[in-house]
Every structure is written in structure tokens, then in C-alpha cells.
Design a protein around this ligand. Sequence first.
Ligand code: MEV
Length: 309
Amino acid sequence: MTSRAPAKIILFGEHAVVYGQPAIAVPFETLCATAEAVVAPRKTGLIIRAHDTGKEFRVLREGRTTHALAIAAQLVLREIDAPTLDLIINVRSTIPVASGMGSGAAVTTALMRELSRALGKPLEGESLNKLVYEIEKLYHGTPSGIDNTVIVFGHPVYFIRGTAPELFSVGKPLTLIIADSGIAHSTRETVGDVRSLYDADTPRITSILERIGALSQLARPAIEKGDESAVGALMNENHTLLAALTVSSEVLDRLVQAATDAGALGAKLSGGGRGGNVIALAQPATAERVEMALRDAGAINTWQTVIQR
Ligand code: MEV
């Protein structure tokens, strides 16, 4: 059997979510991480093969290790109080790294899901989410938890840090085009830069963060009702506010502009910013044109997806 975990897209509220504002994220099923457990010969122990990086680790329940995947496996072994067994877990991912689509959280989720399943005590829901978050902290410092939550639950989520995630449904399918700028970005760095801005001018930054939170509050009923024009307008405003937080860039602004000029209902950067990806909301009839425009404007890769749950 193979366990999987999807990529994620933040529709509204990145960065503001770190400060307790609501945010909205959806799974992006086209790209995913997978983990496949294969029984190994006796005395092999637990081996993780990360095929994308060509790395391989032997995991001991209590041994000292520094690699995030090995730590993730140890967390599972301790959580379900299992001895290590003779198992090889093959981990693969189609999610571009450092693109703002949650590749780290997805790989961790797939691995933990598969290992716990192979051990006969499948971890799911909040118990899995809690463990994936521990690994997210290794990658990102003090993440809000939105990435692991949407990836673990695989469902659109309205998320406020420190509260139970609210899963909700879209009223009408949303056609999204995702464009990878090809520029790797560090979420840790952009989150840190927003923190410095916040410390330097708390009242101004607070009002931007609160407005972003208000956009998420307005977006949820608009998505639930299927009011695409309203959702698009809110995305445009969200992008402008992210630019005011200095996490956009010339390239991301150009992609957003190209999508809007080609008829997108709205567009914004998604995730940590300064690189990574841009998302555009289109009508099915204009999706192709918007996608071409994003490619012409320099996106190294684009995907169309329909969010319909
Ligand atoms: C990164 O995908 C989203 C950020 O809001 C960081 C976080 O929520 O931890 C930028």
C-alpha cells in the first residue's frame, strides 16, 4: 500500500495567520508526496529511502539523528510505542521544494501515515497533525500550523492559530491556476522579516494584518456561496497587503498583473512570498488564457486545478 499527502495552497491570510488572524488554505491534489512501506529481510531494521534527494537513513527508535525524516519516523515509533521492524519506506514527492506548496509537510505526513499504518496503528486527524507540526518547527521555526493542518486533513480549512481547524466546503468549484515563479524562497526568512517590521512599527503592521484577517473572514462565506467575483476581488486586495508587508517581489507582482490582465478574477502570491508561487482564480473559459499569460510572464511551471469539495 502507499500513503499520500497533497500539496497545499494558501488562498487567504498567509503571514497574518502567524499573528492569530484567520487564514484559508486548500489541498492541491495534483502534486503530492507518497510513502510506500516494503517488508525487508530480517535484521534490516527501519530504512527510509528519500528518492528525490537520493538519501537513505537507518532509523533507531532512540538513536540521535538530525535529518527531519528520521526524526519524523522516531516520533511515530515513540507515539505508538512500537519496536522498530524490518521495513523499507520509499518516500517520493512531486511537489517543488521551497515553492510555498508545503513539500516538507507533505513528505512528513505521507511518511508518518505510512509508517503508523505499517505498524498496525494508523495515525490520522489531530493525532497525526500534532506530530507533523513538531517536524514543521524544525523546518520553519514557529510556524502557525496552517500548512500541516490542510495537508493532513486534505480538505479546505479555515484556520486560526491555536484553535481547532474548521473544515468547510466550496459552494461552486473554484478554477485555480498555480504558477511557480521558479524562485526558491525561505518561509523562515520572510516570516522573520515581517516580524522585524512588526517590531519596528507595531500599529501600522497590526492594521495591515487585521485587514488581511478581515479578508479571510469575508472570503469564507463568499467561497461557500460560490461568489467567485467577490473571492477574486478579495485575493487582489490580499496581494496588495502582502506587498505592503514586503513579501512580494517584482517577479511575483508581474505574474499577478499578467494573470489579471488575461482575465483572472483575482490573483495573489501564495505562501511565504518573495518567490514560490502565485495563484489566480479564473472562470473555466478563461483558465487557458490566464495560464498562457502566466507562462509568458515567466512562470517556470503552471498547473490548473479545480477545488470542488
Ligand atoms: C507559509 O506557508 C505560511 C506562512 O503564513 C507561515 C506560517 O503560517 O507559519 C507565511
